[in-house]
Write a protein that binds this ligand. Sequence first.
Ligand SMILES: [Cu+2]
Length: 147
Amino acid sequence: MANQKTIERIKRQEEIAKQKAIEKKIKRNKIIIIMSSTLGVVLLILTLILVFSNPTKIDSDGNQIVSTTMTFQGSKDITVKVGQPVKWTIKGANAELGCMDGVKSDLFSFNGVFSNRESTVRFTPRSRGTYRVTCSHGNEVCIIKVV
Ligand SMILES: [Cu+2]
């Protein structure tokens, strides 16, 4: 009888040890999941900061390189630095952009064609500020921030 009890006790202890090992494993997996999701969130935030801070690219001639797409809704707003020439490539997304083929602002005027092609607008912003870009008859196409 005493032997039987001892065997049962040992079995119980073994079961408890097994249970503890499983719990340890689960705990470790939880830590791994939390760490990797934290890392994922951090990477996502860094990517978003990089995308939205929109660091200006500079070509070998010192031009600030910007490119956007022109649709019937206009173009994405751009941010450029003061005193440095800008090479702004605008790609027309639609075949017929109509009045939006010509754009103007206090920084430049451009009578090119964006419909179904890519055109480059060049200007050098001389003073900081927020500039409206409009189509040929005055509707806002986008905003240029000079910083
Ligand atoms: Cu218009």
